[in-house]
Design a binder for this molecule. Structure first.
Ligand code: NAP
Length: 239
């Protein structure tokens, strides 16, 4: 990437967000990362700043995000990646679990965009990239709330693209199938063992790089990535 950017990445502490952070830092960009725990990350402190923020604490977010936007008027790209998986039939979710998952996987990203949009619109060119999911493309068993959160993100991305493109803001969404990350640590399934059963986090990072380096007059609206051979492996039940 020729020009050096300042990129805000949520979920920069693990998995896909971590791979994106490492790639963009290696390309000479500055990254401001949001997460709750950066203790396992060793990023170059000259070009990386960690912002410890719980994006699930939705009531506290407006004040925190407005302050962050004021502090960093130089940010010219947002990568909205933080999120988690929770799967089960609707009856297995409590009311609270439903809104907590929507808060983190959708509403927090809408809040981040709202806080930064005024300054993004003032740049000659800026980017907003969402990490959606294959769950944003088709509903799936046990995924009613997770799919709803990702469909919401995708609809939001499409509408935002329409309303902000004239001010130079390019809005994109990447929809990966299963990616080999700690996302599956707390779930009862994971991708199969063969390397063709999962996307690598770095593949998603490369898609981000492609979007950020596209000619400013062209927007890559949506990128869908899948493992070559989709195999879901269920873990043995814990006692
Ligand atoms: N892995 C997959 O198969 C897959 C496929 C399609 C889409 N995705 C999407 O990709 C995104 C990243 O997932 P991943 O696979 O990289 O999983 P991951 O390794 O578990 O990373 C999740 C990231 O989200 C952050 N996060 C979670 N809860 C947070 C909170 N309350 N406040 C702030 N940050 C929070 C985590 O940071 P902290 O723990 O430090 O807070 C971490 O950096 C998610 O939106 C997920 O839905 C994943």
């Amino acid at each position: 990437m020729s020009e050096h950017r300042t990129v805000l990445i949520s979920g920069a502490s693990s998995g896909i967000g971590r791979a994106i952070t490492e790639l963009l830092l290696a390309e000479g960009h500055r990254v401001i990362g949001i997460g709750r725990d950066f203790s396992q990350c060793a990023y170059d402190p000259h070009r990386f700043s960690a912002i410890e923020m719980d994006l699930g604490d939705i009531k506290a977010l407006p004040a925190q995000l407005d302050a962050l936007a004021k502090q960093h008027p130089e940010i010219d790209a947002l990568i909205n990646c933080a999120g988690r998986g929770q799967f089960g039939s609707l009856e297995e979710f409590s009311y609270k679990q439903i809104y907590k998952l929507m808060d983190l996987n959708f509403t927090s990203h809408a809040f981040v965009c709202k806080a930064f949009m005024p300054q993004l619109k003032q740049k000659a060119h800026s980017n907003i990239i969402f990490i959606g999911s294959e769950a944003a493309l088709a509903g799936a068993q046990k995924g009613s709330i997770y799919c709803a959160s990702k469909f919401a993100l995708r609809g939001f991305a499409q509408a935002l693209r329409e309303e902000s493109s004239k001010q130079g803001v390019a809005v994109s969404i990447i929809n990966p199938g299963m990616v080999d990350t700690p996302f599956f640590d707390e779930l009862n399934f994971r991708p199969g063992d063969d390397s063709s059963n999962a996307i690598q986090a770095n593949d998603v990072a490369e898609a981000v790089k492609m979007i950020l380096t596209a000619r400013p007059g062209t927007v890559i609206d949506e990128v869908n990535l899948s493992p070559l051979k989709k195999v879901v492996q269920f873990k043995p039940k814990r006692d």
